[in-house]
Design a protein around this ligand. Structure first.
Ligand SMILES: CC(=O)SCCNC(=O)CCNC(=O)[C@H](O)C(C)(C)COP(=O)(O)OP(=O)(O)OC[C@H]1O[C@@H](n2cnc3c(N)ncnc32)[C@H](O)[C@@H]1OP(=O)(O)O
Ligand SMILES: O=C([O-])CC(=O)C(=O)O
Length: 372
C-alpha cells in the first residue's frame, strides 16, 4: 500500500473539521459546551438554557429565555397527521423507528423545509425541540394501551416531558435527575449521529432530513442504542452476585459489553460521574440499593478484566428505568436531548459548508470481460 493509500478505518483519530460547539478532551477527561464545563451546566442550568447556549453560543438573557420558553411551550402539541402517523405504526416497530418517522412527517409538514437560511433553521430546531417529548411520551403510552396526555404550559421542559409520559407530576428528585440526563446527552462533537447529520446537510439537503438520518445512526447499539442494551444486560444478570460470571461468559464469547468503552475517551467518560450521582439520588429516592450493587459490581469487574470504563449510557440506562420509562424508550429520550446538538451542528456545517465526500481505495476485481 502506498503512502497515499493509508486507510483510516472508522475515521478513528482523524479530525475532519472545526467545531465551536463542544470540546471533548480525552486527556483532561472534560467536556465543554461553548466553553462551559458540562458538569457546571448540569448543576445550575435548565435544559432550555443549555439548548439556547448550544444553538446561540451564549447563555440566554432572562428576556431571551422567557421568549424561548413561551415559544417552546406553545409548540408542544403534535399536528394531527403526526399523531396519525404514529398511530398507524405497528407496536412491533421500535420506538426509534417511530421517532424517525414522526420527525420525517414534521419535516414534510413544513412548507419552508428547504429554506436553509440560519433564522429558518433555528426556528425549525426549536420546533423539533418542542415536539420530541410529545412524540416519545405518546409512543410509550400507546404501547401501554394508554391515551395521549396533553402538554401543560405551566411546566418546564423536563417536568412536562415526565407529565406527558406518566400522566402525573413527577417528584422534584426525579425531575432533577431527568434534567441532568438531558443536559449531559445534548452534545458531543463529531459522534456518529452528529457526523451523519453533517454529511446529510453538506449536500445542501434540509435540517429535517439531517435529523431523520441522525436518528437512524443513533439507534445502533454501538452508539445511542447502548443505553437500552445496558438495561437488557441488567435484566439478564438479575442480581449483583451473578454479574461476574455473566461478564466472564460475555467476554469469553468476545461480546461487546454495552455501556462500556468509547472511541474518544479511553480513561472514562467525562459525563459519567455526574450521571452516576443522578442515578444514586434515584436509587435513594426509590429505595433500590440492589440496582446500584449490580451497577458497581459489573463496573468493577469490567475494570479488573479489561480496564474499560463505563460511558454515559451505563448510568443513564438504569436511571431511566428507575424513572419508569420502558427500556425501548431510552434511546428516544437521547434523541429528544441530542436534537439540540444535531441542529447546532447542521447550522455550523451550513455556515461554512464543504460537501463531505471522502475517498475509498478499490480492492475489488481488476477490470475484466463479461462472459460471452
Ligand atoms: C453515548 C455513546 O454513544 S457512548 C458509546 C456507546 N456504545 C457502547 O457502549 C457499545 C459498547 N462499546 C463499544 O462497542 C466500543 O467501546 C465503542 C464502539 C464505543 C468504541 O469502539 P472503538 O473505539 O472502535 O474501540 P474498539 O472497538 O476498537 O475496542 C478496542 C478494544 O477494546 C475492546 N472493547 C472496547 N469496548 C468494549 C466493550 N464494551 N466490551 C468489550 N470489549 C470492548 C475491543 O474488543 C477491542 O479489543 P481488542 O483490541 O482486543 O480487539
Ligand atoms: O462521542 C461519541 O462517539 C459517542 C458519545 O459519547 C455521544 O455521542 O454522546
Amino acid at each position: 500500500m502506498t503512502q497515499e493509500q493509508v486507510i483510516y478505518k472508522g475515521l478513528a483519530g482523524v479530525p475532519v473539521d472545526y467545531t465551536a460547539i463542544s470540546k471533548v478532551n480525552a486527556e483532561t477527561n472534560s467536556l465543554l459546551y461553548r466553553g462551559y464545563p458540562v458538569q457546571e451546566l448540569a448543576a445550575t442550568c435548565s435544559f432550555e438554557e443549555v439548548a439556547w447556549l448550544l444553538w446561540h453560543g451564549e447563555l440566554p438573557t432572562s428576556e431571551q429565555l422567557d421568549g424561548f420558553v413561551e415559544t417552546e411551550r406553545s409548540e408542544r402539541v403534535l399536528a394531527s397527521n403526526v399523531r396519525r402517523a404514529i398511530d398507524d405504526l405497528p407496536l412491533t416497530a421500535h420506538p426509534m423507528d417511530v421517532c424517525r418517522t414522526a420527525v420525517s412527517v414534521i419535516g414534510a409538514n413544513d412548507p419552508e423545509a428547504e429554506d436553509n437560511r440560519p433564522a429558518q433553521n433555528l426556528r425549525k430546531a426549536k420546533h423539533l425541540f418542542a415536539q420530541l417529548p410529545a412524540i416519545v411520551a405518546y409512543d410509550q403510552r400507546r404501547r401501554r394501551g394508554q391515551s395521549l396526555v396533553e402538554p401543560r404550559d405551566d411546566l418546564d421542559y423536563a417536568q412536562n416531558f415526565l407529565w406527558m409520559t406518566f400522566g402525573e407530576e413527577a417528584e422534584p428528585a426525579v425531575v432533577d435527575a431527568f434534567r441532568v440526563s438531558l443536559v449531559l446527552y445534548a452534545e458531543h462533537s463529531f459522534n456518529a449521529s452528529t457526523f451523519a447529520a453533517r454529511v446529510i446537510v453538506s449536500t445542501l439537503s434540509d435540517i429535517y432530513s439531517a435529523v431523520t438520518g441522525a436518528i437512524g445512526a443513533l439507534k445502533g447499539p454501538l452508539h445511542g442504542g447502548a443505553n437500552e442494551a445496558v438495561m437488557h444486560a441488567f435484566d439478564e444478570i438479575g442480581t449483583a452476585d451473578r454479574a461476574e460470571s455473566w461478564l466472564d461468559d460475555a467476554l469469553a464469547r468476545k461480546a461487546k459489553v454495552m455501556g462500556f468503552g468509547h472511541r474518544v475517551y479511553k480513561h472514562g467518560d467525562s459525563r459519567v460521574p455526574t450521571m452516576r450521582a443522578a442515578l444514586e439520588s434515584l436509587v435513594e429516592h426509590y429505595g433500590r440499593p440492589d440496582l446500584l450493587a449490580l451497577y458497581e459490581t459489573l463496573e468493577r469487574a469490567m475494570d479488573e478484566r479489561k480496564g474499560i470504563k463505563p460511558n454515559l449510557d451505563y448510568p443513564a440506562g438504569p436511571a431511566f428505568s428507575l424513572m419508569g420509562f420502558d427500556t425501548e424508550t431510552f434511546t428516544p429520550i437521547f434523541v429528544a436531548s441530542r436534537v439540540v446538538g444535531w441542529t447546532a451542528h447542521v447550522m455550523e456545517q451550513l455556515a461554512s459548508n464543504a460537501l463531505i465526500r471522502p475517498l475509498s481505495v478499490y480492492n475489488g476485481h481488476e477490470e475484466r470481460q463479461l462472459p460471452a
